[in-house]
Design a protein around this ligand. Structure first.
Ligand code: PLP
Length: 509
């Protein structure tokens, strides 16, 4: 079955040599194919999960989540132990959060980062102590801040000069001190495969290390006492309602190379040396954020956590020695890298269509014969942009496999699309699927743990799918799916309701 590559396929996509083989980097550790060729997780066939819970369905491997959480915790702890006693890992709850997942985070000994009152409520509901929680956000409400202060949060990450005053004043009103970190923009912005360093960052988060008047020092930026960052630190140190722990940065997401993290760490340490020189205070903590990349397709090669941790520890250690700075306690905030690969989405295929496309229309840059067209097979599934908005939002790529039976027919270039009334409603843009994939087949899309369920919507009045966790060979619901009743829960019905026979036409007296 040596199928030929389609000229419509992106360069990175290869024709599968063995379509039944699973690419390990895309899947949870306990996902494989059973002897009958059916995809299974923890030994449970997906056909069984679909029968019991329906589709679309998010399937999360609890064991894999716990393994990834523990791997980050241990890898960073080991790398930084001699420098600062270890690292605090805060799982970024915005990537995926429900009460059960917050329990896993608590049991694995991680902290949890929230960025709204709602996320904070979930974390508290799972019994996470305030001391292990963080609150982010560029526009926190007074109510959210007050809730965080009352829960004695380990850290409120302050994002503006106004917020320094607001958090400090609210804490004083409650007769407390708020634990505060200040979010800085180190002028490093990471894209998927590279990072760029700029003097100023044109985005809403954080406080700049340089003054508005012009670029500061290209590396370090520590001498700039009038930068927003320096002013925020001065204000925070002076405010009796604030216990200033340190500074924070988060340079982006889906990052593969350590250089961006390293440059950010250097600049923030330079800033901390400046704070020491100006105020005689060595701030105790430095948070380097999240953003560690994962594989969504065969094209991405994520680095092991231990490798990133060692590279970062080397830079932090060397920079602190250079600056004569005590190494601050380091924290990190991975979200995607912990939960992303733990989960796949199970869909049922419906209609299929084959369209013919010429390679020029497909954006090919090599000279092509436009008189020759090539097939692209569309496979529709029973979900789409309402359960995975990332392809529409970010042009994100995914992959998919035929899950309910062994893939035997020859692979053809396919596009998995949803059932929404939008032509952009794409689930997987380019994937080779067996040419007989069709109605009733189950498709599994791996890597949907992060930023999928949390971004789900009721667009076209679809119900949001349930989430099932698999552990120890058993599956259990951790978020139930919505019903039509849920859809109408907030929809205000006329009183009295129209009789069922009423045509709805205006009545004449
Ligand atoms: C989103 C976010 C994270 C997590 O990013 P990932 O790419 O999921 O690791 C961490 N910290 C902050 C402040 C964030 O906004």
């Amino acid at each position: 079955m040596a199928a030929e590559a389609s000229p419509l396929a992106p360069e990175w996509l290869s024709v599968p040599v063995d379509p039944a083989r699973l690419d390990a980097k895309l899947w949870a550790e306990d996902v494989d194919r059973g002897p009958d060729g059916v995809l299974q997780v923890g030994g449970i066939p997906v056909t069984e999960l679909a029968r019991q819970y329906g589709t679309p369905l998010f399937v999360v491997s609890e064991r894999d989540f716990r393994t990834r959480a523990a791997t980050f915790r241990d890898a960073f702890d080991d790398a930084f132990r001699d420098l600062c006693g270890g690292v605090d890992v805060f799982y970024a709850g915005k990537s995926f959060l429900c009460t059960e997942v917050a329990h896993w985070v608590r049991e694995e000994g991680l902290g949890l980062d929230t960025c709204s009152g709602g996320e904070l409520a979930v974390a508290l509901r799972a019994g996470l102590p305030g001391s292990r929680l963080g609150l982010h956000g560029n526009n926190k409400s007074a109510a959210e801040i007050t809730r965080a202060i009352d829960a004695d949060l380990g850290r409120i990450v302050v994002d503006s000069l106004q917020e320094v005053a607001l958090v400090g004043d609210l804490a004083l009103q409650r007769g407390r001190q708020a634990n505060v970190m200040i979010r800085l923009t180190p002028g490093v912005h990471a894209h998927t495969h590279e990072f760029i360093a700029t003097a100023h960052e044109d985005q809403k988060f954080g406080l700049s290390l340089t003054t508005e008047q012009g670029p500061g020092q290209e590396d370090g930026g520590d001498g700039d006492a009038s930068s927003p960052a320096a002013r925020a630190v001065a204000d925070a140190l002076a405010h009796p309602g604030i216990n200033l722990l340190g500074v924070h940065c988060h340079i982006g997401s889906q990052i593969f190379e350590p250089e961006g993290f390293e440059l950010a760490a250097k600049r923030l340490l330079g800033f901390l040396a400046g704070v020491r020189d100006r105020h005689g205070v060595e701030l105790a903590e430095l948070d380097l954020g999240g953003g560690y990349g994962i594989a969504y397709t065969e094209a991405e090669e994520p680095r092991p956590a231990a490798e990133i941790a060692r590279a970062m520890a080397a830079v932090v250690g060397a920079t602190c020695r250079e600056l004569g700075l005590r190494v601050p306690r380091i924290s990190i905030e991975p979200g995607r890298a912990i939960v992303g690969p733990t989960t796949f989405t199970l869909y049922t295929a419906g209609t299929t269509k084959t369209v013919r496309v010429d390679a020029a229309a497909n954006g090919s840059e090599v000279a092509v014969d436009t008189s020759v067209t090539h097939p692209r097979r569309y496979v529709s599934v029973d979900g789409g942009m309402s359960d995975n908005a990332r392809p529409v939002l970010y042009g994100a790529d995914y992959s998919a496999v035929l899950a309910s039976r062994p893939p035997e027919a020859s692979p053809v270039l396919s596009r998995v699309v949803g059932k929404h009334c939008e032509s952009g409603d794409i689930v997987v843009r380019d994937v080779y699927l067996p040419e007989d994939t069709g109605a009733g087949d189950l498709l599994a899309v791996p890597g949907t743990g992060a930023y999928c369920w949390v971004l789900s919507s009721n667009y076209n009045y679809l119900t949001r799918p349930p989430v099932v966790a698999v552990a120890d060979g058993a599956a259990r619901l951790i978020v139930r799916g919505e019903t039509e009743e849920d859809l109408f829960r907030r929809d205000v019905q006329r009183e009295p309701a129209l009789p069922a026979t009423d045509s709805g036409a205006p009545r004449t007296a």
